[in-house]
Design a protein. Structure first.
Length: 360
């Protein structure tokens, strides 16, 4: 149905309700109650405050006319009736306008959110990868992830979280993604990528408390991985949720021009895969209550319950568990990325090697 046809039908419905109110008033001689609330509510929900006030005016005229035609005119009740129609028109109309405005904004910024956290991650020749993004509320957030091709056949996976909500956080995250995409083809070292992104962010936008946490993981062609963290949770095993290696976490992006003592961890890529996530996963909790958050322990317990899960199975299970645990809207946006090698038998010798740490 075309929008104009919808509009005409809704106007006709409101007019029919007003006619029904007039008939009811005439038959009830003013004792029929606040019948005019029905067309006022319809006008407020469908068209907003302006139309609702027009309909409230017509309804008030019907109510006053019915009172004047009755045996006794109760001026106080008439004033209450008219006031009720006016308040309903304003409150419901304003809420309806805000809702429609939020829906329009959501449609406008949806492409930006799809850029920050693509619903379908890019396909990599040697890596199976899956992701999930759940916003804490309608709109756009600063959570993001990115997959890019690096130097010497490396795959670069970045995940991050900008402080704040709305378009400002999304713009800063988009800028970070653009810098990662620009420098990825020329680098296969996570510390170089993190430092480059930080330097450009501070150069373009200045040092700010509106920081961004970011984890940069590089999967090398020899089935090893290296990573560096700017204030972000480390990668964990897809089997048990335990951190892979231990390094000193650098401060978040955007706080200062340099990130001193940034460390890089190196390890074989676990055959069962790794999990990257934003703190929206571990911070999930019921709204308005003092319960403890979902936490790392629940993440680990859930991963242990899964039987040789695929990346898609992991991100689906974690997203469902976090939403079920929260029992409502999540307090923070959630972004998770799971990945593993497509050719484990060809890449691994079966020997476990401890993660090594190097300071850059």
């Amino acid at each position: 149905m075309l929008p104009d046809e919808q509009r005409d039908l809704r106007i006709a419905a409101i007019a029919a309700l007003l006619v029904a109110c007039a008939v009811g008033r005439w038959a009830g001689a003013g004792d029929a109650g606040p019948l005019e609330l029905l067309p006022v509510l319809a006008a407020a929900l469908w068209f907003g405050r302006r139309w609702a006030f027009v309909v409230a005016g017509v309804g008030s005229a019907l109510a006053v006319g019915a009172e004047l035609l009755g045996d006794e005119w109760d001026a106080r009740m008439t004033v209450v009736h008219v006031g009720l129609l006016a308040v309903t028109a304003y409150v419901v109309g304003r809420l309806a306008e805000r809702y429609r405005g939020g829906e329009a904004e959501l449609q406008r910024i949806r492409p930006l959110q799809d850029v920050l956290a693509p619903r379908r991650p890019p396909r990599l020749p040697l890596i199976e990868l899956a992701s999930r993004y759940i916003p804490a509320q309608a709109g756009v957030s600063g959570d993001f992830y990115q997959v890019a091709a690096g130097r010497n056949g490396a795959a670069i996976i970045v995940i991050g979280d900008a402080v704040g909500k709305g378009m400002d956080a999304a713009r800063r995250s988009t800028f970070v993604r653009a810098i990662v995409a620009a420098c990825a083809p020329y680098a296969d070292d996570p510390a170089t990528i993190v430092r480059t992104v930080n330097a450009e962010l501070v150069h373009q936008q200045g040092a700010s408390a509106q920081f961004i946490t970011m984890l940069c993981v590089v999967i090398h062609a020899d089935a090893t991985m290296s990573w560096a963290s700017a204030g972000h949770p480390p990668p964990v095993s897809l089997v048990d949720g335990e951190p892979i290696g231990a390094i000193r976490t650098g401060h978040p992006l955007g706080i200062a021009p340099e990130i001193p003592d940034l460390e890089v961890a190196r390890a074989p890529l676990p055959p069962d895969g790794i999990l990257l996530y934003t703190d929206g996963l571990t911070d999930a909790r019921p709204p308005g209550r003092t319960f403890e958050p979902f936490g790392e322990a629940r993440v680990s317990a859930l991963l242990r319950e899964l039987d040789a899960p695929s990346p898609e199975a992991v991100v689906s299970a974690l997203a469902r568990a976090a939403e079920r645990f929260a029992g409502g809207p999540l307090p923070d946006d959630l972004c998770v990325v799971a990945l593993r090698s497509r050719f484990q038998s060809g890449w691994y010798s079966g020997r476990e090697q401890p993660a090594a740490t190097a300071r850059r």
